[in-house]
Design a protein around this ligand. Structure first.
Ligand code: HEC
Ligand code: HEC
Length: 222
């Protein structure tokens, strides 16, 4: 039994002796320095924290495809995030950290042969009716606070490079004669997509409904 366990854990050596690959992978998952870009302050866990309401990854390892079908292999799905959001160079298939990360994702994926998850990106943003401020605060804390800190003050934000919201957008919108709420909706729905750079994640309908988006706007006072 011991031999079988040792073989299937595929241990990786490190300074403190061998560590099971999945455990090492979990460390990589939570480590912003996994990306060597000096402009990066995110780890995989910043967006995919197990306890977070957004972007959940349990059971991700054995799907038919990822990113709504755009990523045919798991390594492609991880690489999208690694390059788009963490500004890293492509992940080498031989990188031991990538292999460990794979073992970690397998360890949180007890179910096999699962279908591709739908990914509905809102293409053309439109105003949404406002919702409850209390609901909005919960959504904000679960989905935005980890990077932006508190609304209006930015207290406890992840890094100085993360803007204070919604103020940063209000200034931008008013200068150009746009509706500030719509500018914020655009950012939430598209993240760094369709825009000039940036590295914020986008929120598809599966992760954030229009009703919850409306509650979020109410919380931010838009
Ligand atoms: C800035 C936020 C962010 C970071 C950092 C990030 N991701 Fe993602 N990830 C996303 C978003 C957004 C999606 C696509 C939308 C979704 O799956 O809900 C996604 C999708 C994925 C998927 C595909 C899920 C599926 O079923 O389609 C995997 C796997 C994944 N990420 C792994 C990782 C790993 C591993 C890391 C670290 C190397 C990482 N991500 C870093 C935001 C992020
Ligand atoms: C993984 C970290 C992360 C998360 C989670 C996140 N953001 Fe961001 N956000 C950023 C970063 C970094 C920027 C600046 C770079 C960019 O524009 O992409 C930004 C920019 C913005 C902007 C544009 C501000 C400006 O300067 O005009 C808005 C608005 C915004 N975020 C709102 C939100 C809201 C609302 C949520 C939750 C639904 C959220 N963000 C979640 C990291 C994050």
């Amino acid at each position: 039994v011991v031999i079988v366990a040792a073989l299937s854990l595929s241990a990786l050596a490190c300074d403190d002796g061998p560590v099971p690959a999945a455990e090492y992978g979990k460390t990589v998952f939570a480590d912003p320095s996994f990306s060597d870009s000096r402009f990066n302050s995110f780890s995989c866990a910043t967006c995919h924290e197990e306890s977070s309401a957004a972007f959940r990854l349990e059971n991700t390892a054995f799907r038919e495809s990822w990113w709504g079908g755009y990523a045919p292999r798991l390594i492609d799905a991880v690489d999208y995030c690694y390059q788009l959001f963490m500004r890293a160079a492509p992940l080498s298939p031989d990188d031991p950290r990538g292999r460990a990360l794979y073992e970690y994702l397998v360890s949180i994926s007890p179910e096999r042969d699962l279908p591709t998850l739908p990914l509905s990106v809102v293409e053309n943003v439109a105003p949404v009716p406002h919702g409850s401020a209390t609901r909005g605060r919960d959504i904000y804390e679960a989905m935005c606070g980890v990077c932006h800190g508190d609304a209006h003050s930015g207290q406890d934000r992840l890094a100085d490079t993360v803007p204070i919201i919604p103020e940063a957008s209000i200034g931008f919108a008013l200068e150009r004669g746009y509706d500030p709420a719509l500018v914020v909706i655009e950012k939430i729905r598209h993240g760094q997509f369709f825009g000039v750079g940036g590295n914020m994640p986008f929120y598809p309908l599966e992760v954030l409904s229009n009703a919850d988006l409306g509650a979020l706007l109410e919380h931010m006072g838009l």
